[in-house]
Every structure is written in structure tokens, then in C-alpha cells.
Design a protein around this ligand. Sequence first.
Ligand SMILES: C[S@@+](CC[C@H](N)C(=O)[O-])C[C@H]1O[C@@H](n2cnc3c(N)ncnc32)[C@H](O)[C@@H]1O
Ligand code: SF4
Length: 396
Amino acid sequence: MDRFMPQPIVAASARSNGLFGVYVHWPFCTSKCPYCDFNSHVYHGAFDEAAYVAAYEREIAWFAERSPGRTVQSIFFGGGTPSLMSPQAVGTILEAIGRHWPVDAKAEITLEANPTSVEAERFRGYRSAGVNRVSLGVQSLRPGPLAELGRRHTVDEAIAAVRLAQSIFPRSSFDLIYARPHQTLEDWQDELTEAIWLSKGHLSLYQLTIEMGTRYYDLFNAGKLKMPNEDLAADFYELTQELTAEAGLPAYEISNHARPGEESRHNLLYWRYGEYAGIGPGAHGRLLIGDTRHATATEKLPFEWQKRVDKQGNGLVTDDVLTWEEEGDELLVMGLRLREGIDPDRFARLSGRRISEHQIKELKSIGFVETLPNGNLRVTDRGWPVLDAVVADLAA
Ligand SMILES: C[S@@+](CC[C@H](N)C(=O)[O-])C[C@H]1O[C@@H](n2cnc3c(N)ncnc32)[C@H](O)[C@@H]1O
Ligand code: SF4
């Protein structure tokens, strides 16, 4: 990491909170999981990884020219399956980022990995390339559900990958999906207890959601997937909060749990509504250009994206200037997922208006929001299960 020199953090504009990161999307997967609607593609043709990575280098150069003067505080390789990349490809992309922006010496560099033994073999290479955190998609510690979720790893492989990651990287995390078909609260209590034992400080725990366009969506609509009803889903959620809090891994975001200090800095940047460049197919970004915040998105199809980058230096299909109102709404949607809540003064600075005192009072009277000693407004334990409705009320 010596090549990454510490630099002062430069705020891009008065609308900036000084946070800047880079998201890199790798779109390929070995197979498509039936619940997943991420931009992931199974590709069996001949693949020239070096040429594909060169497109990332070009797009990084283009984004850096558009957003100079920033210091990168975090980098996140997400997917798809970034653990299908060679360590050289990861290193090339990190070097390109380091050539175009100063990278903080303490930058968090995360790579999402699937826990098959083949992928675990690359962990040391990723570490040498500069990755200092991995996030593993374990999904379940039970064989039946793993098969149902279409995963290509076994429970033993997943546990071995978690342990190996813990021995190689300074920080690591893994994901589980709960509130699955047929799962009982007792099953989840046992599985989560094991996960907490295995974890070293960060866990992402997602309730299964049925996403449009997935195989699970069709099965669900055909009545072939029995999902927990609202009450049971709420019980799953509550049990998750209780067990993790007791174990010293409280939620700092609605689905993310960490020992204090072990939070994902990159994900915090999104929820704290910082700036990020989104590189690679289907990547989203938020960049302050002058005094306006741009919402960017790139072409989703992997090889169409590459063609666009070859032609115009970037894969952009969206580059929208957000209105002040949209910025305010995004700040609420993102920030109220956090335990630390949002700063109402920042909301006022971005949106040009204050959150309605009347709405805040109403929501406080039913125990859904509270004001912290530092003045931040946050959603309470009671309000979290109805977060979307709380956000809509505050945004009105
Ligand atoms: C981009 S995905 C996965 C990255 C990696 N390819 C993997 O499968 O482990 C990030 C995480 O989102 C979660 N996820 C994806 N689809 C989900 C769904 N429909 N419901 C709940 N969690 C989901 C999974 O836990 C997954 O690990
Ligand atoms: S869950 Fe991960 S491995 Fe499965 S299709 Fe989605 S991105 Fe690919």
C-alpha cells in the first residue's frame, strides 16, 4: 500500500461532505442465483480479461478528469462476482485509480467474493494487489437452503473461505439471507448463533426479498414459494436485532451489523450521502460537478458497455442533474437507514427547506423517530420495520 500517499481531503463544493469513493462493478457470474436481480451475467465465450480491464482503466481516467481534487477514501469491487477476476486485473484497476486520484493511505479496499474453494485460492493475490477487506456471500450455513438458493459452494467450503479470509485480510465480513421459505425462527436462531461465532466483527444479514425478473419472482407468483407473512418477517427481524446486539454486533444500518469501528466505510459513504464514481457495466455514481449533484449510470450489458467505453471513453447511459428536492429525498432515503440518523441542517442546506416540524412531532408521538443529543434525527427500533413509510412522511 506504500504507493498510496496520504493526501488532504478536498471538498468539491459547499454541497459536499468531503466523502469520496470509487465503486467498481464486475458483472460476470458462474451461474445465476434464482433470487438475484443484480447486474450479473453468465458468459461462456472466450474472454480477453486484459482488454476488458483496459476499458475500466479508460473509464477511470474519464471519471477522474470530471471529478478532480478528490481523495479516494474507499474502493469497492462489487458484482456480479469480483472474485472471478484475476488478482492482476484487480491490481491493474487499483493502480489506475491511484494514478488518477490520490488514495488515502488508510483507504478501505473491499472485494466481494463467493466462497468456493477455487475463488478462495485467489485471496492471497488480492491481498498483494492492495485489497484489505473482503465481503463473502455465504448466504446460509445449512446445506439444504444453500442448494435451494442455487449456490455453488458447500457449507464447509464457505466456513473454510471465511476462516481463510480472516487470516489474510485485516477486515472481513460475510452475508447471510434469512426469512427464507420454510425457515423457522428456531432454525434461524441456531444458524445466526453459529454465524456470530464465526464472524470477526461485521455481518450483513438480509431478509430475502422477491425481486421482479428473477426465478423466485415467477415461483412466488405461481404460489410455489412460501414466504413468511408480515408478522413472522417482523419476528425474524427482531430476533436478528436481539442476537446481534447481545453479541456486540449491533445494527449500524438496517441490514448491517458491526462491532463499533468495524463498519464498512464504503457503504457508510453511500448512506452518509457522499460522492462516488461508479465504474464498470451497470454501475451507479453520484458526483458533484460545480454545484450540482449528478446521478450517473452506465450501460448494463457487459460487452455493450465495453463498446461504449472504446467509442467515447465512458459507458454512461444516464447523467442526470438532481434537483435540490431530489437531493433532499435521497439524503433521507439513504441516511435514515443508519443508526446515527441524519443531520436536519444538512437536509435543509441540500434541499433548501426544513423537514416539517409537524411531521417530526407526529412521528415522535408514535415512537417512530427520535432526536439524538447531537441534533441528528433517527428512526427508532420501533420505526425501522416501517422505514419506507417514515421516510415518505418526512419527505412530504
Ligand atoms: C451482489 S450480491 C452478491 C455478491 C456475490 N456474487 C455473492 O453472490 O456472494 C450481494 C449480496 O446481496 C444479497 N442479496 C442479493 N439478492 C438478494 C435478495 N433477493 N434478497 C436478499 N438478499 C439478497 C446477498 O446476500 C448477496 O451476498
Ligand atoms: S447472488 Fe452473486 S453469484 Fe448469484 S447471481 Fe447474484 S451476483 Fe451472481
